[in-house]
Design a protein around this ligand. Structure first.
Ligand SMILES: Cc1cc2nc3c(=O)[nH]c(=O)nc-3n(C[C@H](O)[C@H](O)[C@H](O)COP(=O)(O)OP(=O)(O)OC[C@H]3O[C@@H](n4cnc5c(N)ncnc54)[C@H](O)[C@@H]3O)c2cc1C
Ligand SMILES: *[C@@H]1O[C@H](CO)[C@@H](O)[C@H](O)[C@H]1NC(C)=O
Ligand SMILES: *[C@@H]1O[C@H](CO)[C@@H](O)[C@H](O)[C@H]1NC(C)=O
Ligand SMILES: *[C@@H]1O[C@H](CO)[C@@H](O)[C@H](O)[C@H]1NC(C)=O
Ligand SMILES: *[C@@H]1O[C@H](CO)[C@@H](O)[C@H](O)[C@H]1NC(C)=O
Ligand SMILES: *[C@@H]1O[C@H](CO)[C@@H](O)[C@H](O)[C@H]1NC(C)=O
Ligand SMILES: *[C@@H]1O[C@H](CO)[C@@H](O)[C@H](O)[C@H]1NC(C)=O
Ligand SMILES: *[C@@H]1O[C@H](CO)[C@@H](O)[C@H](O)[C@H]1NC(C)=O
Ligand SMILES: *[C@@H]1O[C@H](CO)[C@@H](O)[C@H](O)[C@H]1NC(C)=O
Ligand SMILES: *[C@@H]1O[C@H](CO)[C@@H](O)[C@H](O)[C@H]1NC(C)=O
Ligand SMILES: *[C@@H]1O[C@H](CO)[C@@H](O)[C@H](O)[C@H]1NC(C)=O
Ligand SMILES: *[C@@H]1O[C@H](CO)[C@@H](O)[C@H](O)[C@H]1NC(C)=O
Ligand SMILES: *[C@@H]1O[C@H](CO)[C@@H](O)[C@H](O)[C@H]1NC(C)=O
Length: 622
C-alpha cells in the first residue's frame, strides 16, 4: 500500500505541514526497497555521482579514512595521524570528537579499524571502513545538509548523524552510510532580548549551532554572565544530548535541556531547511524536544533559554561503606545495603529542597581501580557529591546532617557502617564549579553497553527499606560475579522537570515529570573474542534483558529509561524510552522521513528494520 506524501512546497523556511498520512501499520515501508543500498549493489552511486554531490555541497564531502589506518602495514587509507597519536588519543572523548568518522565506543562501528592496544583489538581483523560510514559531509551550512539528505534519500542510501560521536548506544555510526558531521556548525550568540515566537515577550537565549559541545556553550554563556542547562561533561555535544532530553547539574532546578528550546532549525530528508517553533512546524518542534536524535532530520541550530549565573553554589560529599573493609560477614554486607537504601530513599525529600548531585555505588572489586582498594569490598560502597544553588553552607549542613542519623538509626549495629558527610563549601563562581566537575578529561575507547532506569518516590521512598535494598542488590549483579558493578546515580529529575510549563514540554518521555533519580548500571560481558561485535552485543543484551530489565520492570514498571543512556536491546524500548509520546512520534517520523533514510538503534518505528552489524546491511524485517 502506498502512502501519500504531503510535500512541503514553497520557500525553504517552510510552511506548516498538513494532515498526517494513513499507513499500513504492519508493513509501513512496503513501498520502499527491502534494504538500503551497499557499495556492492548496482544501485550504489558511481564515483562520478559522488563527485556531483560533492560539487553541489561546496566540496565538503569526505571519503572515510579510519584514523587508525596508520597502525596497519602501508597505511591502507592514508590516515594523517601517527599510530602513536591515535593510540594515545583513542582513550579520550575529545579525540574521537575531533575526527570526522570516529566514535567513542568503537564496538558500535564493528571494531573496524582499531589501534593495537585498544579494547577489542585482534591482529587478524585488519583495518576496514566496515561499520563506519562510507562518506561524510563536513557540514558548515544547513543547505549543504538538506541537499545531501535529499540526495541520499532519493538514492536509498542510509544517513547517520555525528556530532561528537559520544553516543553510548551506537547511534552515530552505521555501515554503508553517508554521515552528516555537524562539528563545524559552531556559532554561538547570546541574545538577551530575543522575541518569543507568538508573543510580544522577549527571552534571554543562547543561539547555538548544533555542533557545539557543552564546554564551549557553557563557558561562552558564562562570559555573558548566564548559565545553560548543560551536561556535566564538557565534551558532550548539544546535538544528540538535547534531542534525547539532556540532564545535568541544573536539570533538577530548571528542567531538561530539551525543555529549554524556543526554536530549532532542522534540515529534512525532503531537502528543506525548516525553522520550528511553537507556531510553525509544531509537530517537528515537539519531536525534536526529546523524541531522540538522528531520526527526524538534522538539527543545525538551537535557541535555548539561559538563566542567571547563580550567586552561590554550595557543595558537599557523602560516602558510605562498611566500617571495616575486611569484614565480609553477612550482617555487615546486609547493613551496607540497608544504609545505601536509606540514603536513596531520602533523595526525593532533599531534592525538593533544592539539593542535587551525582555519584556512584560500587560492589566487588569494581571500585578498586577508582579508589585504590586492595580487593573486593564487603557489600556496597557509595561515593556521592551534592550541591545546591543560592543556599549558605550552614543551610546545606542542616539539610544533610539528619541524613547520617536516618541512615544509622534503624540499624541493629550502627558501628558496622561508616557514613561520612563532609562540611559544605561555597563558591560564588560557577566557572570554577564547571571546571572542577571536568577536572579529568572524559575517557573513551571502551565497550559501552548499559541499562538504566528513572526512579521516583514510589520506588525510593514509599517502599520498605528492605525492599529498596533488595532491588538495589539485584540490579547491581554482574555477569562475572567477582567483578561486581558500578551503579551511576544522578539526582537529575525532581522539581526542575516537574515545574516546566506545559508549552515547553515536547516529546520527552512524560515520566521525567515525576521521577527524581536516574540510575545507570552495566555488568554484562561483551565477548568479542569468540563472537563478532554484533553478536557479542546481542548476547550481552539478552543477559541484560533477563538480569536487569526484568528487575527494573518489577521495581519501576510505570517509569522508563533515559534513552541517551540506555540499553538499545531492551525489549520494551518503546515504552521505556518514549512512553506515551511514542504513537505521535511514529506519525511524525513517517511524515518527515518517509524513506527511512535516518535510522538508529531503538529509534521510533525501528521495529520494522534490522541493522545487521556483521553484514552491515540495514533491511526491513517483514
Ligand atoms: C562522557 C559522557 C558524558 C555524558 N554525560 C551526560 C550528561 O551529563 N547528561 C546527559 O543527559 N547525557 C550524558 N551523556 C550521554 C549523552 O547524552 C549521549 O551520549 C548523547 O548521545 C550525546 O550527544 P552527541 O550529539 O554529543 O553525540 P553523537 O554520538 O554525535 O550523537 C548522538 C545521537 O544524536 C544524533 N545527533 C547528533 N547531532 C544531531 C543533530 N544535529 N541532528 C540530529 N541528530 C543528531 C546522532 O545521530 C545520534 O543518534 C554522556 C555521554 C558521555 C559519553
Ligand atoms: C498491509 O500490508 C500487508 C502486506 O503487504 C497486507 O497483507 C495487508 O492487507 C495490508 N493492510 C492494510 C490495512 O492495508
Ligand atoms: C570534494 O571536493 C573537494 C574540493 O574539490 C575535494 O578536496 C575533496 O577531496 C572531494 N571529496 C571527495 C570525496 O572526493
Ligand atoms: C596505548 O599506547 C599509547 C601510545 O604508546 C599509550 O600512550 C597508551 O597509554 C596506551 N594505552 C593503553 C590502554 O595501554
Ligand atoms: C564486522 O566484523 C566481523 C569480524 O568481527 C566481520 O566478519 C564482518 O565482516 C564485519 N562487518 C562489517 C560490515 O564490516
Ligand atoms: C571541515 O571543515 C572545516 C570548516 O571548513 C575545516 O576547518 C576542517 O579542516 C574540515 N575538516 C576536514 C577533516 O576536512
Ligand atoms: C517562528 O519562526 C519563524 C522563523 O524565525 C518566525 O518568522 C516566526 O515569527 C516564528 N513564529 C512566531 C509566531 O513568532
Ligand atoms: C503585541 O502587542 C501589540 C501592540 O501592543 C498587540 O496589538 C498584540 O495583540 C500583541 N500580541 C500578543 C500576542 O500579545
Ligand atoms: C540565585 O541568585 C541569583 C542572584 O540573586 C539569581 O539571579 C538567581 O536567579 C538565583 N538562582 C536560583 C536557582 O535561585
Ligand atoms: C576487620 O574484620 C576482619 C575480618 O572479620 C577482622 O579480622 C579484623 O580484626 C577487623 N578489624 C577491626 C579493626 O575490627
Ligand atoms: C542478609 O540478607 C539476606 C538476603 O536478604 C538474608 O537471606 C540473610 O539472612 C541476611 N543475613 C543476616 C545475617 O542478616
Ligand atoms: C571565575 O573564575 C574564573 C577562573 O576560574 C575567572 O576567570 C573568572 O573571572 C571568575 N569569575 C568571576 C565572576 O569571578
Ligand atoms: C527498620 O529496619 C527493619 C528491619 O531491617 C525494616 O523492616 C524497617 O523497614 C526499617 N524501618 C525504617 C523506617 O527504615
Amino acid at each position: 500500500m502506498s502512502r501519500i506524501r504531503i510535500l512541503l512546497v514553497g520557500p525553504v523556511l517552510g510552511l506548516s505541514i498538513g494532515v498526517s498520512c494513513s499507513s499500513n501499520s504492519t508493513t509501513p515501508y512496503s513501498y520502499l526497497p527491502r534494504c538500503k543500498v551497499t557499495p556492492s549493489d548496482p544501485a550504489w552511486p558511481s564515483s562520478l555521482e559522488w563527485q556531483k554531490l560533492n560539487s553541489s555541497i561546496g566540496g565538503s564531502l569526505l571519503q572515510t579514512v579510519p584514523a587508525a589506518s596508520s597502525c596497519y602495514a602501508n597505511n591502507p587509507f592514508g590516515a594523517p595521524d601517527s599510530c602513536g597519536d591515535v593510540s594515545y588519543g583513542w582513550g579520550y572523548s575529545y579525540f574521537h570528537a575531533s575526527l570526522p568518522e570516529s566514535i567513542d565506543y568503537p564496538i558500535w562501528a564493528n571494531n573496524s579499524c582499531l589501534p593495537p592496544n585498544a579494547t577489542g583489538y585482534d591482529t587478524s581483523l585488519g583495518c576496514h571502513v566496515g561499520g563506519y560510514p562510507s562518506f561524510i559531509v563536513n557540514a558548515t551550512t544547513p543547505v549543504q545538509i538538506a541537499t545531501a539528505l535529499k540526495w541520499a534519500s532519493d538514492r536509498n542510501i542510509r544517513v547517520v548523524v555525528k556530532g561528537t560521536g559520544h553516543d553510548l548506544n551506537g547511534r552515530s555510526t552505521g555501515a554503508f552510510s553517508l554521515s552528516i558531521w555537524t562539528r563545524h556548525l559552531n556559532h554561538l550568540q547570546i541574545d538577551n532580548s530575543w522575541r518569543v515566537p507568538g508573543s510580544n515577550d522577549t527571552a534571554q537565549v543562547l543561539i547555538t549551532g548544533s555542533g557545539n559541545n557543552w564546554g564551549d556553550a557553557v563557558l561562552y554563556s558564562l562570559s555573558h554572565n548566564r548559565v545553560v542547562t548543560s551536561g556535566v561533561d564538557r565534551t558532550v555535544g548539544l546535538g544528540g544530548f538535547i534531542q534525547g532530553g539532556g540532564h545535568g547539574p541544573l536539570s533538577s532546578t530548571y528542567g531538561l535541556a530539551a525543555d529549554q528550546l524556543l526554536q530549532v532549525t532542522v534540515a529534512t530528508v525532503a531537502g528543506d531547511v525548516l525553522v520550528c517553533n511553537l507556531s510553525q512546524n509544531e509537530d517537528l518542534f515537539w519531536a525534536l524536544r526529546g523524541g531522540g536524535g538522528g531520526q527526524y532530520g538534522v538539527v543545525t541550530e538551537y535557541v535555548l533559554l539561559t538563566y542567571p549565573n547563580p550567586a552561590t553554589l554550595t557543595s558537599a560529599s557523602i560516602s558510605l561503606a562498611a566500617a571495616n573493609m575486611s569484614d565480609y560477614r553477612d550482617t555487615t554486607v546486609n547493613a551496607t545495603w540497608a544504609a545505601f537504601a536509606q540514603l536513596m530513599s531520602s533523595f526525593p525529600d532533599i531534592m525538593d529542597q533544592g539539593v542535587t548531585g551525582s555519584g556512584a555505588a560500587f560492589t566487588g572489586d569494581s571500585a578498586s581501580g577508582i579508589l585504590g582498594l586492595p580487593g573486593p569490598i564487603p557489600g556496597v560502597l557509595l561515593s556521592f557529591n551534592v550541591w545546591a544553588l543560592n543556599i549558605t553552607s550552614d543551610a546545606m549542613n542542616s539539610l544533610l546532617g539528619p541524613l547520617r542519623t536516618k541512615i544509622l538509626s534503624n540499624m541493629s549495629d550502627p558501628s558496622l557502617i561508616s557514613v561520612d558527610i563532609s562540611n559544605s563549601s561555597t563558591t560564588t563562581n560557577y566557572t570554577d564549579f564547571f571546571e572542577a566537575i571536568n577536572a579529568s578529561p572524559s575517557t573513551a575507547g571502551q565497550i559501552s553497553l548499559i541499562t538504566s532506569r528513572l526512579l521516583g518516590r514510589a520506588q525510593l521512598s514509599d517502599l520498605a527499606i528492605d525492599e529498596v535494598a533488595s532491588y538495589l542488590q539485584r540490579i547491581m549483579v554482574s555477569q562475572t560475579e567477582m567483578h561486581g558493578t558500578m551503579l551511576t546515580i544522578g539526582l537529575q529529575g525532581g522539581p526542575g522537570p516537574r515545574n516546566v510549563p506545559q508549552e515547553r514540554r515536547g516529546a520527552v518521555n512524560p515520566v521525567w515529570r515525576n521521577i527524581y533519580v536516574h540510575v545507570i548500571s552495566g555488568g554484562a560481558n561483551v565477548d568479542t573474542i569468540t563472537s563478532t561485535p554484533g553478536s557479542a552485543l546481542h548476547k550481552a543484551g539478552e543477559w541484560l534483558e533477563t538480569n536487569k530489565e526484568a528487575v527494573f520492570r518489577e521495581w519501576a514498571p510505570e517509569t522508563g529509561s533515559y534513552m541517551n543512556e540506555a540499553n538499545p536491546f531492551n525489549s520494551e524500548w518503546k515504552h521505556d524510552f518514549y512512553g506515551t509520546s511514542y504513537e505521535r512520534l511514529v506519525r511524525i517520523k513517517r511524515q518527515f522521513d518517509p524513506t527511512y533514510t535516518l535510522s538508529v538503534w531503538s529509534g521510533v518505528d525501528s521495529d520494522f528494520w534490522e541493522y545487521n552489524m556483521d553484514s552491515g546491511k540495514l533491511c526491513q524485517t517483514a
